[in-house]
Design a protein around this ligand. Structure first.
Ligand code: C5P
Length: 300
């Protein structure tokens, strides 16, 4: 049998970050919105665990056991006392090292696909537990939609969304390492009083109402100064999107992908076109959210 699962990218419409905890992680108030850019993860029985990847950024994807998809197969197999002998193939459309949870998507996708392939019958709670072990953003990739992540982002509360939000994403010419961005956040905030991270009531309301203007007024990303400090050219991309009519322009998660909220699909297309000709980014995509979480697409 072969199983294919489709998993969405995410944008953080709010990312409030506390000072580092003793374990080095940061408590967050992380409002995730899944958007319609997808990786597809296909698993097939094989003699040994093997990962392959196809797509424009495939050369940047590690194919060893540092790949979250491989780690997901190993973790699930370990729990059920079997060997993780599968070929995991990733059809990659989510930017790599982009701040859109592409690696996390592959982890969640491989986990669900292996669960179906092996018929383990793991409960949703158990799958979420394994996701949280794999990484802070992996549980959200499984669940999709919109959710508030607390703790290091892995404890999820689903959120109501009252409409569709239209986004433009500008992919940068190079990646940014998430740990490096958090370290830069630590450096920039070293002598300041970092407040406790709290979800914005205005932002949750804007999501519930499906109101793009209200959402634009409420978006925030505490990692943005750190991402801009490591990658100053991103300011030009943000400015180009704002000049083209974006309601809001922000760095997605730890970056360097930049996200632009548009009032409607036509404006999103215009902003995308302006960004494409701005010379400030590598590629540009439009996508709307919320999008569903990891979903089986084929089994044969
Ligand atoms: O959990 P994940 O493996 O995705 O995290 C990658 C890195 O990002 C961590 O090693 C840590 O440096 C940083 N991080 C953090 N606080 C979080 C989430 C991630 O400091 N809440």
């Amino acid at each position: 049998m072969t199983v294919t699962v489709r998993v969405p990218a995410k944008v953080n419409v709010q990312l409030a970050v506390a000072a580092a905890r003793p374990d080095g992680f940061h408590d967050l108030a992380n409002v995730f919105l899944a958007v319609g850019l997808y990786d597809e993860v296909t698993v097939t029985p094989a003699d040994a665990l093997r990962v392959t990847c196809q797509g424009p950024d495939a050369a940047l994807v590690p194919l060893d056991t540092t790949n979250l998809a491989a780690r997901a197969a190993i973790a699930l197999a370990g729990r059920y006392g079997r060997s993780p002998d599968v070929h995991v193939h990733i059809a990659k459309d989510i930017p790599v090292a982009g701040g859109m949870a592409g690696g996390s998507a592959d982890g969640a996708g491989a986990l669900l696909a292996c669960d179906i392939l092996w018929g383990t019958g793991a409960s949703r709670a158990e799958l979420l537990d394994i996701c949280a072990e794999l990484g802070s953003d992996v549980p959200f990739s499984l669940v999709g939609g919109a959710a508030l992540g607390t703790g290091r982002g892995e404890k999820l509360t689903p959120l109501d969304v009252g409409g569709t939000f239209h986004w433009v994403f500008a992919m940068a010419g190079r990646g940014l390492s998430t740990p490096a961005v958090f370290r830069e956040f630590d450096r920039l905030t070293a002598h300041t009083d970092v407040p406790e991270p709290v979800a914005s009531a205005a932002l949750l309301d804007a999501l519930a109402q499906g109101d793009p203007d209200a959402l634009a007024a409420a978006v925030s990303n505490d990692l943005q100064p750190a991402a801009l400090s490591l990658f100053p050219e991103l300011a030009d991309t943000l400015a180009a999107g704002r000049a083209a009519g974006a309601l809001a322009a922000l760095v997605s998660g730890s970056g360097p992908t930049t996200a632009f909220l548009a009032p409607d699909p036509e404006s999103a297309e215009k902003i995308a076109q302006a960004l494409r000709t701005s010379g400030t980014c590598r590629t540009v995509r439009t996508a709307s959210g919320p999008a569903p979480g990891a979903t089986e697409v084929t089994r044969h």
